[in-house]
Design a binder for this molecule. Sequence first.
Ligand code: SF4
Length: 231
Amino acid sequence: MLVLESTSRIAMGAALGLKITTGTIIVQQKGDATMGNIYAYVLQDNIYLNITNRCPNRCVFCIRENRKGVGYDLWLDREPTAEEVLEAAGDVSAFREVVFCGYGEPLLRWEVVTEVARSLKAKYGAKIRINTNGLAEAVLKHKILPELEGLVDTISISLNAASADQYHHLCKSALGPEAFTCMLQFARDSKLYIPRVILSVVQTSDFNPEPARKIAEEMGVEFRIRGLQTE
Ligand code: SF4
C-alpha cells in the first residue's frame, strides 16, 4: 500500500542519513529513479520492506500510479527471497517498527512475510506491522491470518470506501465488486489473530470519511485518515 507516507517524509529520511542498518539498503536521491532492487528503506524511525510489485488493485490514489518513484525507486527487477530481505534489513533493533509496505501487496507473499517477521522478532524483538489491501486471502484462496498470529503486532488495512460501489470506483480491483466484501471479512478476521487492527482511508477533496469511520467503529478497530499524494 503506497499511499501512506508523504514524499517529504521520505526525503527527510534519506536527507537525514538515518542509520541504514548493516544490510544492503540502497538510498537514492529523490528523482534518481531507475529500476532497482530496494528491498528495505527507511522513513523517519521505521524501516519498510518492499517484497513485491504485484497487486490486484489499481487505486486511483496509489502513489505508484501517480508519480515515477517516491524518492526511493521501489520498482523491482524481481521479487526477493526471505534471505535477501533479511540481508537488506540487517540489524533492525534501532527502528520503532518494521513495516511490510512497498509497491505491491505484501501478503501475496505471506510465506516471505512470516519467515522474515519470525527471524526479526527472534533476533531483535522487532515490532512488525503490515500495510495491506486485505485481499490476499481472496486472491490466493488461502487463510493467511492464522499464519501471522504471534508474528505481526499491527495490521493496517486499506478500507478506502464505505460501499462496494465506491470501493470499486476508487480501487478498480481485479476481484471486481466482491473485493470490498472480501476486504471487510479479512478485517473482521484480523481481530482474531493480530493485536492491533487499523482501517484507513485516503482523504481526497470529495471524499467524506465519516461513513467509513462508522464501519471501523462498528467493527471495533482503529480508524486512520491518510493524506493524498498527487505529484
Ligand atoms: S492496493 Fe495496490 S494499487 Fe492500491 S494503493 Fe496499494 S499498492 Fe497501490
